[in-house]
Design a protein around this ligand. Structure first.
Ligand code: FUL
Length: 481
């Protein structure tokens, strides 16, 4: 059959080819969370310690008023999208009635030995619309078998229980910490393991994948989510989602053995998509200590951390430890509420939405890739340029001036992390003035400007990119004073 007239002219420009490593479906889902909570809770809450030795009497664990719903409600009001519970910390005490050891809630007085913190917390999380994740410490200072193959089998069994019996799991958190000495069933000695080989991580991760294919796996080195390299809740100003981890002394990396100097920035052009997670506690310690109640971070400090983590393409994992009642401390709750409220006030209105948008180049002159896509929300569509056009600008215009102090930009990360440098300008008195600039964008880049800006024209300039940019969001917001 002859070609239809005009068919050659109508050749549609397809989507840009993905650049470098791209996120998996489970990572894309995780990117939407951005902000979620950590709950450090165990016998340490009652002994006032950070790392239990492993010889704690299980009857010490006896929260007087544990209320998972109340905790979940507080977290939701604080803007959290999920919660990760320390189901077992280094001391080995299990917050669920595991079949692998007696060292658990089953041997405590709490709920007459019939309680299950993991059950109550996971159910409550879902009731409040929060995802649920599990922290299970690979290091176990209680287990007599620690250091032998039998312990690794036990660790996997604990994961199997948690990943089978508690519904969908959002994230599985593998800590790299290992201090060596412990109770170990009464041996009270130092046990050293080879961090690279002992846990045989690839096998454990296969197990996680088979039981919870949608869960992301966190460790110092991924495979899905990487540690940011500090416990202050801060990513590098330039933070790539791509990453090639290396061991502390070079060579292959594994949990507990990573050159953390590169964790905050990632690797430009790295071969894997392994975005960073910034973990930090609202208090100096990870567990609740009464003596630290005067040192709870303020809502302003948390906001600052939000911009230095989420605002740099990473996530913020904020620890808010339950107290001895099994509730969040009222001081922490007040801070959480103020933090969540401030985020809502800032991001509720997007001033870009009411603008008229023009661009220096639109891919194939097609509606599919027009610059308006950046301000129309939804996130699935994006502005892109023709192949080979790696510098481009889009201008937003309003009839009446707008006032803002926050710029939020997102790339269409399904196509990889593309942009390397960008600038944001505003038109004032007939001249363009640079008000913000940056490097990596990725899932999210937030610029906090130097005070309020009033203008009726804003320009986004992509100034360096190896390939055509693909921008899914350009938002303008006003953070209250
Ligand atoms: C560290 C642990 O040693 C701390 O106790 C805490 O759990 C923190 C989140 O990770 O490696």
């Amino acid at each position: 059959m002859a070609a239809l007239p005009g068919a050659a002219l109508a050749a549609v420009t397809g989507a840009p080819v993905a650049y470098g490593a791209v996120p998996s479906a489970r990572q894309l889902q995780w990117h939407d969370l951005e902000l979620y909570a950590f709950l450090h809770f165990t016998v340490n809450t009652f002994t006032d310690r950070e790392w239990g030795y492993g010889d704690e009497d299980p009857s010490l664990f006896n929260p007087s008023a544990f209320d998972a719903d109340a905790i979940a409600e507080n977290l939701r009001d604080g803007g959290m999208k999920a919660v990760i519970l320390t189901c077992k910390h280094h001391d080995g005490f299990c917050l669920w009635p595991t079949r692998t050891t007696d060292h658990s809630v089953r041997s405590s007085k709490w709920r007459g030995g019939n309680g299950d913190v993991v059950r109550e917390m996971s159910n409550a999380a879902r009731r409040y619309g929060l995802g649920f994740g599990v922290y299970v410490s690979p290091w176990d200072r209680n287990a007599a078998s620690y250091g032998s193959a039998a312990y690794v089998a036990m660790y996997r069994e604990q994961l199997r229980e948690l990943l089978t019996d508690y519904g969908p799991i959002e994230e599985v958190w593998h800590d790299g910490a290992n201090g060596g000495d412990g109770f170990y069933g009464g041996a009270r000695e130092k046990r050293t393991i080879d961090k690279r080989t002992y846990y045989d991580w690839p096998r454990t991760w296969d197990l996680v994948r088979s039981l919870q294919p949608d869960a992301v796996i966190f460790s110092d080195v991924g495979p899905d989510i990487r540690w940011v390299g500090n416990e202050q809740g801060v990513a590098n100003e330039t933070c790539w989602a791509t990453y090639d981890p290396e061991g502390e002394h070079g060579g292959p990396a594994s949990p507990g053995d990573v050159n953390a100097k590169n964790s905050g920035s990632g690797t430009r052009g790295g071969s894997h998509w392994i975005p960073a997670e910034c973990d930090v506690s609202i208090r100096p310690g990870w567990f609740w200590h009464e003596a630290q109640s005067a040192q709870v971070k303020t809502a302003r400090q948390l906001i600052e951390l939000y911009y230095r983590s989420v605002g740099r393409g990473a996530s913020l994992l904020l620890n808010v430890p339950p107290d001895r009642r099994g509730l969040l401390d009222p001081i922490d709750v007040a801070v959480l509420r103020a933090f969540g409220e401030r985020l809502r006030q800032t991001f509720f209105v997007d001033l870009a939405a009411g603008s008229k948008v023009t661009a220096s180049n639109v891919r194939g002159k097609s509606k599919t890739f027009r610059a308006e896509n950046m301000i129309e929300g939804g996130g699935s569509s994006y502005w892109s340029t023709d192949d080979g056009v790696t510098e481009a600008e889009a201008v937003l215009e309003w009839k009446r001036p707008v006032i803002f102090n926050i710029v939020r930009i997102r790339e269409k990360i399904g196509l990889g992390q593309r942009v390397e440098e960008f600038k944001v300008d505003v038109l004032q008195d007939g001249n363009w003035r640079v008000v913000g600039e940056g490097t990596s964008i990725g899932a999210c880049r937030i610029l906090r400007l130097d005070g309020n800006v009033t203008t009726n024209r804003v320009r986004l300039r992509i100034t360096k990119s190896p390939v055509s940019p693909a921008i899914s969001e350009f938002g303008l917001h006003r953070e209250p004073a």
